[in-house]
Design a protein. Structure first.
Length: 277
């Protein structure tokens, strides 16, 4: 696993970014997972991998701030008179500088590796929230050369709605990405298409052999963990091993066992020869 060094300095109560971890129970869902239960965000492997890939920014102030919108104007509710250096005015560390958007100081200065930038995105809990109170961070890139504390921009709540910032809660996420990148999109060759179709067919036909967990939710929808199991094999041993595994479980002359994350194939003919000896 590659590691990227990110240097930081904090201002006032600023908190260094933290690796995002699932919160169960919490924004990642509840612990239920079986027949009759409701599907939870943490059941989805792509969501888990995507949500925990980056770092999170933590609201460091003790004062809770509620962001609202009334008559087209954004308001910040919270008494910051005990939060130096805002204690003299009591004004919050927020500002409304553009229509339908507001900013908040991160109290951080970050320095990614050379050739990389800091990318700000909404925190994954925004996508599982049903209250409408989770701040919506606007995507943005902060370049390595920037020497000052940066602020995060948010989309404002609608009239009658509110965003809530609480001490210790994450309000945005960040990724470290290449500063410049060019994409080369190419259509798959016929050979590649045939290979993907064959893999797809083998997965469909071998579902029962692949899955370790198969269940129905509270309304009867069927779920299984074939993606999770295949993802483990591919992640550890590579795509070639994945295709070898899919071939082997469809071969009637072989007895295939999945031990942990490793596929062991026993040739029955060889086993019989050993017994005769």
């Amino acid at each position: 696993m590659d590691k990227l060094e990110i240097k930081y300095r904090t201002y006032f109560k600023g908190v260094p970014p933290k690796k995002i971890k699932l919160k169960i129970p919490g924004w990642s869902g509840s612990k239920e997972h079986g027949d009759g239960s409701k599907p939870q965000p943490w059941h989805c492997v792509p969501f888990v991998e995507g949500s925990t890939y980056g770092l999170e920014l933590i609201y460091p102030f003790e004062t809770e701030c509620v962001v609202t919108k009334k008559d087209g104007k954004i308001k910040f509710l919270g008494d910051f008179s005990n939060e130096s250096p805002w204690s003299e005015s009591g004004d919050p560390p927020f500002s409304s500088f553009a229509q339908d958007h507001y900013g908040f100081t991160s109290s951080l200065n970050l320095k990614p590796p050379e050739g990389f930038s800091i990318r700000i995105e909404p925190h994954p809990r925004f996508f599982t929230d049903t209250s409408g109170t989770v701040p919506i961070a606007v995507p943005g890139h902060i370049q390595r050369w920037w020497p000052r504390i940066f602020f995060v921009v948010f989309k404002s709540p609608k009239e009658g709605e509110k965003h809530i910032f609480k001490c210790g809660e994450p309000y945005a996420s960040l990724l470290v990405v290449p500063s410049k990148i060019d994409y080369d999109l190419k259509k798959m060759s016929e050979k590649e298409v045939n290979s993907m179709n064959l893999r797809d067919s083998r997965i469909v036909n071998s579902k029962k052999s692949i899955c370790k967990h198969n269940w129905h939710d509270h309304v009867g929808n069927n779920f299984d963990d074939k993606y999770k199991q295949l993802n483990k094999i591919c992640g550890i041993h590579g795509e070639e091993h994945l295709d070898e595994y899919l071939r082997s479980i469809q071969c009637p002359k072989r007895n295939t066992k999945l031990i942990g994350n490793f596929v062991k194939v026993k040739n029955e003919t060889l086993q019989n020869k050993k017994k005769k000896k």
